[in-house]
Design a protein around this ligand. Sequence first.
Ligand code: NAD
Length: 352
Amino acid sequence: MKTILVTGSSGLIGSEVCLHFARLGWRIHGIDNNQRAVFFGAQGDTRWNQRRLEATIPGFCHHELDTRDRQNVLTLMAELKPDAIVHAAAQPSHDLAATIPFDDFDTNAVGTLNLLEAARRAAPEAPFVFLSTNKVYGDAPNRIGLKELATRWDYDDPAFEHGIPETFTIDQSKHSLFGASKVAGDVMVQEYGRYFGMPTCCLRGGCLTGPNHSGVELHGFLSYLVKCNLEGRLYRIYGYKGKQVRDNIHSYDVARFVEEFIANPRCGEVYNLGGGKGNTCSILEAFEMIAAISGKPTQYEYVDQNREGDHICYYSDLRKMKGHYPCWGITKPLPDILEEIHLGWVTRNHRQ
Ligand SMILES: NC(=O)c1ccc[n+]([C@@H]2O[C@H](COP(=O)([O-])OP(=O)(O)OC[C@H]3O[C@@H](n4cnc5c(N)ncnc54)[C@H](O)[C@@H]3O)[C@@H](O)[C@H]2O)c1
């Protein structure tokens, strides 16, 4: 039986990867210390998801470990010598990073180095998948010519008809401290691939989503938006007239790509992993879509100030991923994703 080590296992992506590989017959080890509750308070608590994994995955082994704890990361990796590693633990918020720069950098950059070096020493052949972010491109995508449509912005440049490719510059733009700490991790993951020949890849995520996100205002776009709609909370739109565009991908389709990469790994690769153009929406459009499901409007207020370094329009060009892994594609269209998030919320709140 093969072993996979997943960091951030109680989070959205980590938990999906754990369940996916358990279904494929792998032995699952997860690392998570519920740091999300420290970052975001009770609303970000992911213990419920840890309990879900413990209840549903036979033999699931949870490690209450902080990825910043270098010695214990080295020790665990040496003990496990996993066949694959998925690193999804992070300080994931763009806005929060500026208030906790040491925690942000230590988690996103140094924590990633701890795992890479532990992998190089104990399991250098194991495919290493890093969850990076589209914020590595900073606000450079905002320099692309845009057109304003009734409910959204879109690129007004045929070069970006399919979205942002992996060749887009990551340099000389405003990233937020989060984007900068993720760049450090991203470049290091590439380097362990190119310099040491390890099978590593960076997945530069757009909006990763699904029913198992502990969405909060500062992280988890659709999950938080649906929560606001259903709980009658006020949603704040920050700038860009609410027409800012995001591409959304279900965590299941993320896990399916991770499976493809692990089955046929490459060295030091980079992929833009989002829902692509077909799964885009603006905030205003997301309000409409959730209202159609829940039957009620979202209460919102408009703040005429965009978030620092925030993208006006971003969607991933998926052609490189599909070129390298032709069996992979999006299986969950946006309306289905919203239905699932809605159902997940209803089910969880019904149980409580
Ligand atoms: N969700 C998105 O929209 C999105 C977009 C782009 C990139 N990403 C990236 O994908 C990855 C996973 O995101 P997610 O949405 O699943 O996040 P999440 O916050 O739901 O999950 C991350 C998990 O990591 C844990 N964690 C954080 N710091 C830790 C530490 N120091 N030690 C141990 N555990 C720790 C948290 O408790 C949490 O359970 C992150 O690297 C994030 O930057 C996410």
